[in-house]
Design a protein. Structure first.
Length: 121
């Protein structure tokens, strides 16, 4: 990966493109690179802070939705991304994913995530 000075120059679109690629590849190391050390991930289950907690959250997503097919619709406004998404895997699906992502200094600083995981029979 580029040096941290290069990371700080990324646009929100570049950050999310990398993040989406990392998630699609189920690459926790690459996904973690996109978050600030003190980043927050806010979900209905609670507030997570820091890379270790966020990494654990995504490990759970990959376990629940292995090799998922993702469909995302993005709306960018300045340093904010509004994301609507769906996912379909052999174990479960999501049809109502909604996230908000706030970027600064080339990294994700705050993210909200809300979705309903529907297990398959």
């Amino acid at each position: 990966m580029e040096p941290s000075t290069e990371l700080s120059k990324r646009t929100p679109e570049e950050i999310f493109a990398h993040h989406a690629q990392a998630l699609g590849a189920e690459d926790l190391d690459a996904a973690e690179l996109d978050y600030a050390d003190s980043a927050y991930l806010i979900t209905p289950s609670g507030v997570l802070q820091g890379k270790p907690a966020i990494r654990a959250f995504f490990a759970g997503v990959f376990q629940a939705l292995p090799q998922a097919q993702w469909n995302v619709k993005t709306t960018y406004v300045d340093n904010i991304l509004f994301l609507e998404w769906t996912a379909d895997s052999r174990l479960a699906s999501v049809s109502d994913g909604v996230d908000t992502v706030i970027f600064a200094n080339g990294l994700i600083q705050i993210q909200t995530a809300r979705y309903t995981l529907v297990p398959k029979a």
